[in-house]
Design a binder for this molecule. Sequence first.
Ligand SMILES: C[S@@+](CC[C@H](N)C(=O)[O-])C[C@H]1O[C@@H](n2cnc3c(N)ncnc32)[C@H](O)[C@@H]1O
Length: 217
Amino acid sequence: MTITLLPQEIENYANDYTTPETPILAALNRETNLKRGDAVMLSGHLQGGVLQMLSCMIQPKTILEIGTYTGYSAICLAQGLTEGGQLHTIEIDEELEDMAAKYITQAGLRDKITQHIGAAAELIPTLPESFDVVFIDADKSGYENYYDLVFDKIPVGGYIIADNVLYDGEVVLPEDKQSKNAKAIQRFNDKVKADSRVQHLLLPVRDGLMVVRKEKG
Ligand SMILES: C[S@@+](CC[C@H](N)C(=O)[O-])C[C@H]1O[C@@H](n2cnc3c(N)ncnc32)[C@H](O)[C@@H]1O
């Protein structure tokens, strides 16, 4: 199962006309679905393709991912890294570390991806690097804080990409009908919209991707 706000046949068509998943990503997708009840969290074929394409267009030297899960989006984003580039990915659930590590190694990315286990809010300030791209895909209540924590680590011209910004369509419901997470996402979207330092684009792909470009510090 995947989250999609598109009619299923349009989603299928888009998948059909998108470069197929590599065998390694397909195996990772399959194992995640077999072993985890929460596999809906995995980016999947179409969104993974968007992340990979954006990364290849940006050609970042450094990427920070907040929310590794089983490693699908990390493997997609790492495809665009320049020679010698590094992706750092943070995951709070240590039980996910080995599965992500297995596929990162199989994808030949062991020397390009560093896994960090712990709470993102505590780990981000300890990461010295600056990041050309930050992908926010962890607990929704943390998004606003993660945005503030990473903003000064991003150079002008760098990007923040945030997942689930449509929150299964709940963002268009009246506030009293929104879940706690949808309200947190709404606050995040409002924060980005009010930030005069950035250009932003909400892509209605899967569950919504907010692409933010830093224009000034
Ligand atoms: C939606 S999943 C990430 C999916 C992954 N990016 C992908 O596309 O395959 C969110 C992940 O964030 C992790 N997470 C939740 N709260 C966190 C926190 N405070 N710090 C770090 N990771 C957290 C969860 O354990 C979960 O694995």
